[in-house]
Every structure is written in C-alpha cells, then in structure tokens.
Design a protein around this ligand. Sequence first.
Ligand code: EPZ
Length: 427
Amino acid sequence: MEKLVIEGGVPLKGNVRISGAKNAALPLMAATLLAPGEHVLRNVPDLRDTRTLLRLMGNMGVKSRREDDVLYIDSTNLEHAEAPYELVKTMRASVLVLGPLVARLGRARVSRPGGCAIGARPIDFHIMGLEHLGVRCTLEDGYVDAVVDSELTGNVVYFDIPSVTGTENLLMAAVLAKGQTVLKNAAREPEIENLIDMLNSMGAKISGRGSDKLIIDGVESLTPADATIIPDRIEAGTYLIAIAASGGCGTVTHCNPGHLPSLLEKLRHAGLLVTETEDSITIGFPDKEGDIERHISGVDIKTAPYPGYPTDLQAQFMALMTLSGGNSVIKETIFENRFMHVAELHRMGAQIKIDGRTALVSGLGLNSLDGAQVMATDLRASSSLVIAGLAARGRTEISRIYHLERGYENLIEKLTGLGARVWKEAE
Ligand code: EPZ
C-alpha cells in the first residue's frame, strides 16, 4: 500500500490542465453497449474507475483499446449480461451497465452495490424506473435480475430525488424502448448532457436537454458513436481550491467555467479573484495598492443537485474554510455520511463542529494548519486532505491513497507542475 507525502506551505503557481470527467466517461462508456460496432470516445481520463469498467465490459465480451486519451470500444460480441459483485463492490457506478444491457439484450444480472462510506446509496429509483418500462426485476442473492418478458415499452418515470446515475440508466434503457418515455424531476448535471449528446449522435431521439423533464422517443436501433468527454468540473474545482488554500495564484486550463457556476460565486464571496475565459479559470488574491492581500472570508455553502453547489466539492471547500478568517456553515443535503474528512482535518488543527448534516467551521487563517498523518476514507474526502496538506506547515502523510487514484489523473505530476512538494512512498 502507498501513502502520499506532502511538504506543505508552498504557494501553488502556474497552469494545470484538466482531464476528461470521470462521471461523464463512465456513463458514456456504458452507452457503447447499446450498439454493435466500434465506438470512439475522446478525452477519456485514465483512472482506476475507468479501468474497472473496461474490465467489467471485457468480461461481457466487449473489446477495447486505448491510444493516449482515446478509447476504441467494440461491443459487437457482447454476450454475457452479468456484472459480478467482485467488480461492482469496487465501483458502484458499475450499475450503469444495467440500462444498456436490458435495452440491448433484454436481460441483465447486476450485483447490488452495497454500502458506501458516504451513505446507503440504494438503487431503488433505477429499479422502479426499469419496472415502469416493463422490466421484471428480481432481487436475489445480492443481485438484480432484470428481464424483459415481452418488450421494453415507454412510460412516465418520476424521480423522488434527481438521481444522476438513475437518470443515466433510464435514458440508456428508454432510447431502444417502444414508444415514448418521459423522465420527470430528472437530474441536470453536465455529465447527463454529455450522455444525451452522444446518444442523439447515435440516432436516439431525446429532447429536454438541460431541463428536469427529458422526453425519449424510442428507436429501433443505434449506430456507433464518436464522442468527446467533457472536462472534469470536480477536478477543476479541486485544483482551484488547492491553489487558493496554498495562498497562491494559478490557472486551470481545458475546463468549462460554465459548469461551475456555484463554486465560482462562492470563491468570489470568499474574497478571491476569479477570472474566466472560454476554457480556463484563473484564481488568486486581490492586489490592494500594490500589496497582495491574502485573506479568505468565511462563506456558507449548502450542497444541492446541479446547478446547486456540488456535493463532490463539499469536502474540498471545507478544507478551504478552515483557513478562512471567519466562520462558515456547511450543509450536506445529498449524502447522509459525507463528513468523514472532518476527524482527519481535526488532526491537522482545524476547528469544525458537526451537528447532523451541518458543519460549523471556525477558520483560523491561512497557514494555520499543521501537517500530520491522516487517512483517506473516500475519493473527495481524500482530496480535501491533499488540499489541507498543501496549505499546512510541515509534513502531511495521507494513507489509503487508492481512493484518490479512482478519480484524479496524474495527481502528483499536476501538483508538482504547480510547484508542490508531493510524492508517493510505500506505507
Ligand atoms: C453520482 O452518484 C456521482 N457518481 C457521485 O459522485 C455524486 O456524488 C452524485 O451523483 C451526486 O451528485 C457518478 O456519477 C458515477 P445520486 P449517484 O443517485 O448517481 C439517493 C464522486 O465523488 N438515491 O444522484 O450514485 C442517494 O442515496 C461520486 O465522483 C436513492 O435514494 O448519486 C442520494 O442521497 C461520489 N435511490 C441521492 O439520491 C436511488 O435509486 C442522490 O444520489 C438513487 C439515489
């Protein structure tokens, strides 16, 4: 096992290039199961999670190869419609094969993901939606057995909560269903728009892109895609926050500022200077009469479905708020257990009180944290510890960094490129 070591206290400077989005790559890769032939996906990040999904699809008979950030996926010989527990337990998003398998083969056997560090995360909406399209779903031995007895038929599906992968699974099932499906209170994340654009380029008929009401008119068949993965807005947000927390100034490139409306406003409220171009965001501190004023104000956030403040940037923003000069209230409304990073930030001297899904952060100012040995518990919690380690005095050691490798491509190279002192060591 490896750990990440950070010598903190270096203001980050320069440019960092953002990779393709993990949470877009996964559904777009699964969507290649819908049509035989070779699909081309561009700007695909090379991550533990994308490799896991390729292995899962490989077990089903799908051929794939990677050339730099381009994936060639051929699902002509798709035959085994099974997602085994061994793989699904390592990556919940494996559930995204359920919709396309049911649509293409009329059957699927997918392990239920089980518990997760950040919450129970059931898949009842996915199953409810498929049952509305005429799929018979049996839950046995920890698996969902989904079978289409007659034919997949369009219907109206209402989500109690706008589920991201729930919306994606139903979109991928409905594109080959007979008649029209209407998804109501659907999720509106940019990653879903990326999936809709790919499916429509394959011959699907989806309207309502960007809204919470999606209308899908089923078609007989689809053709292979040539699609590009959007930039990773969560990775971009993570680097912006890391640069600010280190007291530095820098630019994230190859990103889409339009996908981060709430974060950019919150960073401006915190007193940071944020400027945007079409595909880059620069962050730094205001220059007051020739003197850079490195001060961060306390700002409240409340996570919400897109375009609200993303839950996947909650932990990172909390790390920043521990370095502010004031108080901030952080409300987590999406997941019931997404404060696992707090106890680790306490070890670095942060002042945070938790009351249920609300955290009260008392900022102690820039350079107020001390390096320590801490433990990663999930993907985004671990990135908040990296941010705290970069800002802290002295040395921080983060164990269980496999969590980070699931969602951040070339993290050490990118941070070193910004001047950070960071490396891996065996535990
Ligand atoms: C997606 O997870 C993302 N994962 C998550 O990112 C992200 O945190 C989440 O959306 C919210 O933005 C991928 O896209 C692969 P949900 P998903 O279904 O789809 C409840 C990361 O760090 N719910 O939108 O699993 C659920 O428990 C990951 O990259 C049900 O009750 O999240 C939660 O409270 C972590 N029943 C809420 O809805 C269901 O059937 C939203 O979850 C489905 C969801």
